[in-house]
Design a protein around this ligand. Structure first.
Ligand SMILES: [Zn+2]
Length: 307
């Protein structure tokens, strides 16, 4: 009885590990990344993906614009067509299969394609792309992004998705540096003097000096960003891989705050203009009505007199 229970527990643990690895390959790993399948665990992960047996999982949905539960189903890739006769080399196709995951709220479909070689399972296709899903996380402000920011964020996310962490980091750093520069510009526009020697400061010093303009989370963790002052050649690929998601999340948060401030400014300007129009309208009405009460018969003349 105990042996059976132990066996079942071990079986559950192995299954959970394989399901985790399968989901990681679906959701986190980029194109042309994969797993070795020359051991029992690798083969179990492959079997789980082929059978779409990884359970429900949460993922950012670009339709619903939030994290939603997805379920997956298997999509065999049929190999058929002219010239496929027994003995023909074409009748031995590469082993390719696809998996479809569907949002439970709006039925948005994501598709992933895998190729199996002798010892390896490789992710060879995905739609929507990792970049599209990441931009979706910007909560609808992607359309208002500065075009250079959008271009370089796209490059950063694309490179990260293809396992080129150092290259991704270069672009992320450029976007971050421009955001810090804009925060300094906003401070000057707001009437506060420019920070002395700003251009010569290290990134963490700039963050501290701009504490009133930047999100608390960035200011509190300014030491983390000091790494941005280091040359990329000083950072190991692993450091870049670890830092990238953190910096990306912070940059997204800062972009949302920038957009929020921009919209707030527009609303304030429009409200001020509306108040001004209302005030000048009521003062004109008062100006017209005041003489009118004195001389109802000659309104025009009274107005001219008033002027
Ligand atoms: Zn959805």
């Amino acid at each position: 009885m105990t042996k059976d229970t132990d066996h079942e527990a071990l079986h559950r643990e192995i299954n959970a590990k394989a399901a985790f690895a399968a989901k990681n390959l679906l959701l986190v790993k980029g194109l042309y990344d994969g797993i070795e399948i020359n051991d029992d665990m690798g083969r179990l992960v492959e079997a789980k993906l082929r059978a779409a047996s990884v359970g429900t999982f949460d993922c950012y949905c670009i339709g619903c614009k939030k994290e939603t539960p997805f379920i997956i189903s298997a999509m065999p890739v049929v190999h058929s067509g002219g010239g496929l006769r027994g003995g023909n080399a074409l009748a031995q196709p590469p082993s390719v299969f696809a998996v479809r995951s569907v949002c439970q709220r709006d039925l948005k479909t994501y598709i992933y394609v895998f190729e199996k070689s002798k010892d390896r399972l490789t992710k060879i296709g995905q739609t929507p792309s990792v970049a599209d899903i990441s931009f979706g996380e910007l909560n609808g402000i992607e359309g208002t992004l500065d075009s250079l920011d959008r271009k370089e964020l796209g490059k950063a996310i694309g490179l990260f998705a293809h396992d080129a962490a150092s290259g991704a980091f270069v672009y992320l750093r450029r976007v971050f540096e421009r955001m810090i520069r804009r925060a300094h510009d906003r401070r000057i526009e707001g009437g506060t003097p420019a920070i002395e020697d700003f251009d010569r400061m290290r990134v963490d010093e700039k963050i501290k000096a701009l504490s009133a303009e930047l999100p608390d989370r960035v200011v509190k963790n300014s030491a983390v960003f000091s790494v941005l002052s280091a040359g990329i050649h000083e950072l190991a690929d692993e450091e870049c891989l670890t830092l990238f998601p953190v910096l990306k999340a912070v940059i997204f948060q800062m972009l949302e705050e920038e957009e929020h401030k921009r919209r707030k400014k527009i609303v304030e300007r429009e409200t001020d203009a509306a108040f001004q129009a209302l005030l000048s309208k009521s003062s004109n009405t008062a100006a017209r009505e005041l003489p009118a009460t004195k001389s109802p018969d000659s309104k025009e003349g009274a107005c001219r007199e008033g002027i």
